[in-house]
Unconditional design. Structure first.
Lengths: 559, 190
């Protein structure tokens, strides 16, 4: 018989949920991990990963039927034949867009940890101080020193490759050997250094792909097919990393098809007693009990669970007493930058497919640099030689045309900015009680947008990239701005922020819900500000830190 | 990033957007959809015709086999069936007749009967015309030849022959080197 009592319940199996499960299990707790979607087994279920690209019937393109079924995924680059099964079913799981919002979800084991971009950067003391310094929103309740040891901890296990750069606002970490910048990128980096000295840097991306062996996994094979699932375990995902570690303890139970409808709250003890689960296959409801609950259901879904919990006490949900639950939605705005042609280097080429590019850390509003907006942005990009899609002078058809297409073309280089979005109280999500999903549950309504600060920053994101490419001698520079709907950065953050004060924040400095201290929220929902760095590494570190706290609390209470 | 760049480049090469790409066509639900489905069930002759068109665009050379060897005709069938909206499917179907008619007009022969030189001169002319049309067309329908060409390029270079013989393919490179010597004539990595 299925036992329904555990020491800890983890809601979600993505990057944060995987970490919560591993850390809790390794500290000896009996853990139930709940995943709303289907199983997705390491290697065995990576169906396309070892097939040849020409075995895909549409060679990577999606069908008319898929376009109709997955309209949100088709708003950008995420729609690709090999990974369509990975995205959440949009017909079963709709949401309401009061303002345009792109929500790219994966409802299966491992969540987006198999699909993620793997770029891994630390936030710095500058980022943790930003709200307080600028008088924006509320201050973070933690500083860099609180999280630094936990960054060390998660980096060592996850395996982050990167270079030591000694840049104050982009702290170095416990890195595996860096990947290589290619010859063009190296020279552009040199030119930027000559021009800007220590103010700007072009460095190799810090990425969760293994450039050295970690027990139980293989090195990155440079196939650049990560999001199909890596049969070598060459990058960090729940499947390759945290799940096997958690399973090895013998303490983990995983239950797929388990949609958590609410956290069960006992008003006498003022604590959670467990969760209520809807089995998405059978429509049966189950209750599971535990001493502690970790909500890691992804930023907006963790808040959805809170909205639906303890509503007899707080009509707006567990954690709503501050008036901030669902508010302060953030993301990183991008799809804006510049690119151009690099002359020369015709006798240079590359070997292998690097699932990584270069990174230009933030340089605006730092030190003496002052702009007419707050915060800043980084860039991600790369240089490469054109492939068979290049234009061939004077040739459009025939044998010479074909042969010309088989040789690499000129070098091009480009980058997109990733900009910080401020936490605005009025950028929010709420429950749309008039609209239900496949299981009759109310869906989320999104009401968030970029504001003046971000729009001003975007002008700079375009101009500064153009300026750097110009200095580097790049030709035919063109800039682009594809606009940004919230969520499109897939870095959705906020809605249950951490803070010092229960009157203005949902979580305390240990990621505990102020109103219910045995519920921890450690995914992107907890973020008090967004920085401009890719956030997943921070969720890992905050999760490991919160688990340590939770287990210490349990020990205290038991002694 | 790479995929986006690729689509952009195919579009650039053929003077417009990638047909059947992410730009979404709505409406146009034809009452003759069942009729259209029937006709999309291309015959072996039609697939052979498409192979010849593709092989004129990308023929066999001393360096590598052509599009026919890579079975681009069959690939086009799959793509038009699954990835094209109904109005584009219609244009594609009519395009085969239009192309044959154009060949008759230029050479007094059907496309399949025409010599390789005749086919090349015909498609060279249509290529120019289609590219110009697509770059200026605005909301007008797509050009059938642009479909043939886009699908030929994609179908050929993404095929096994395209990967291994036209380009160089290494399924498991195992490492990355960002600065290796290149000499003119070396093939691109697929």
């Amino acid at each position: 018989m299925e036992s329904n009592t555990y020491d800890a319940i983890v809601v979600g199996s993505g990057i944060s949920g995987g970490w919560a499960a591993k850390e809790l299990c390794e500290k000896g707790l009996k853990v139930l991990m709940l995943e709303r979607g289907s199983p997705y087994e390491h290697v065995k279920d990576y169906k396309s990963a070892l097939r040849e690209p020409w075995d895909l019937p549409h060679r990577g393109r999606t069908t008319v039927e898929q376009k109709k079924k997955y309209p949100v995924i088709h708003r950008g680059w995420a729609a690709s034949e090999a990974v369509m099964d990975g995205w959440a079913n949009e017909e079963d799981c709709p949401y309401t867009e009061l303002k345009p919002f792109t929500w790219w979800r994966s409802y299966r084991m491992g969540g987006r940890s198999t699909l993620w971009g793997r770029q891994s950067y630390r936030l710095s003391q500058m980022d943790f101080e930003a709200n307080e310094r600028d008088g924006v929103a509320v201050p973070w309740p933690i500083g860099y020193n609180d999280i630094a040891p936990w960054y060390d901890h998660v980096e060592k296990f996850a395996g982050i490759s990167g270079s030591l750069e000694n840049i104050g606002h982009l702290p170095d970490g416990q890195f595996l050997p860096p990947m290589e910048l290619n010859c063009v990128e190296k020279d552009v980096a040199k030119r930027i250094k000559q021009e800007y000295g220590d103010k700007r840097h072009l460095i190799i991306g810090r990425v969760a792909n293994l450039t050295a062996l970690i027990p139980g996994r293989s090195k990155c094979q440079f196939r650049n097919r990560c999001w199909e699932g890596c049969p070598f375990g060459g990058y960090f995902s729940t499947q390759s990393s945290t799940l096997p570690a958690a399973m090895e303890t013998g303490n983990l139970t995983v239950r797929p098809y388990s949609l958590v409808r609410q956290v069960l709250y006992d008003k006498n003890t003022k604590k959670a007693t467990g969760v209520e689960v809807l089995d998405t296959e059978t429509n049966q409801t189950y209750e599971f009990k535990s001493k502690v609950v970790f909500l890691c259901a992804s930023t907006l879904n963790s808040t959805w669970v809170l909205f639906n919990s303890a509503t007899d006490i707080w009509p707006e949900g567990l954690g709503s007493s501050s008036g901030e639950l669902g508010h302060n939605v953030m993301d990183h705005h991008y799809n804006i930058g510049a690119s151009g042609i690099v002359e020369g280097y015709e006798d240079r080429y590359i070997f292998g497919k690097r699932a990584n590019g270069f990174y230009i850390p933030r340089f605006v509003n730092i030190g003496s640099d002052k702009r007419d907006y707050l915060r800043g942005f980084g860039y991600q990009g790369g240089a490469s030689r054109e492939g068979w899609g290049k234009e061939v002078a004077e040739l459009n058809i025939g044998g010479d045309f074909k042969d010309a297409l088989t040789e690499p073309g000129q070098w091009t280089i480009g980058a997109t900015g990733f900009g910080e979005i401020l936490p605005y109280h009025e950028n929010k999500i709420s429950l749309d009680k008039d609209r239900k999903d496949k299981w009759g549950l109310p869906v989320l309504a999104m009401d968030a947008e970029l504001k003046d600060n971000e729009l001003k920053m975007r002008k700079d994101m375009q101009e500064e990239m153009k300026a750097m490419l110009t200095i580097a001698g790049v030709k035919n520079i063109s800039t682009w701005d594809s606009g940004h709907a919230m969520g499109h950065g897939i870095h959705e953050m906020g809605t249950a922020r951490m803070g010092h004060d229960p009157k203005t924040s949902v979580l305390n400095k240990w990621n505990q819900v102020w109103d219910c201290p045995n519920v921890y929220v450690t995914d992107g929902a907890c973020m008090t500000s967004s920085g401009c760095q890719n956030p997943s590494l921070t969720y890992m570190a905050l999760t490991a830190r919160a688990v340590d706290h939770a287990v210490n609390e349990l020990k205290k209470n038991n002694s | 990033m790479e995929r986006r760049t690729l689509l952009k480049m195919i579009a650039l090469l053929t003077g417009g957007a990638v047909i059947g790409g992410n730009a979404f066509l709505t409406g146009c639900s034809s009452s003759k959809e069942s009729d259209l489905k029937e006709r999309l069930n291309l015959t072996p002759q039609q697939i052979a015709f498409l192979d010849e068109v593709a092989d004129t665009i990308l023929p066999t050379t001393p360096k590598s086999p052509g599009a026919k060897a890579a079975k681009v005709g069959s690939f086009m069938k799959v793509m038009v069936n699954d990835c094209y909206e109904a109005p584009d499917q219609q244009i594609f179907l009519e395009g085969m007749d239009n192309l044959d008619a154009a060949c008759n007009k230029m050479h007094r022969l059907g496309f399949v009967e025409a010599t390789a030189e005749q086919r090349l001169s015909l498609l060279t002319a249509i290529d120019k015309e289609a590219k110009e049309y697509m770059s200026k067309k605005g909301d007008l329908p797509n050009h059938y030849y642009t479909m043939f060409k886009q699908l030929t390029l994609l179908g050929y270079f993404s095929s096994e022959i395209g990967h291994k013989q036209a380009l160089r393919y290494n399924q498991v490179p195992g490492r990355y080197e960002g600065d290796v010597p290149y000499k003119k004539g070396d093939r691109s990595w697929a």
